[in-house]
Design a protein. Sequence first.
Length: 86
Amino acid sequence: MSKRRKTGDWVWLMPNSGFVGESNRLKAEIQPEEDPPPCFECDDDECAEWSTLWTAEDGDKGRHMLCHVSECRMLDEPFESSPTTE
């Protein structure tokens, strides 16, 4: 089960979230939304898909908007890929 989120939460994202390939580098803030729709990515009936998130300031690049990010793609800590075995 994914963690329930609310407007104003700052989250880290998994790769390929919000139509951004390298979204795992981004920390973003959930923007106000009346009633987020259900997630279409997982089997958790309570998982919501937030329509808009804004990234943290990125130096001279400013902030960026991410669209349609499900709670199951949000993390409390930066995403770390699994270690590879040799």
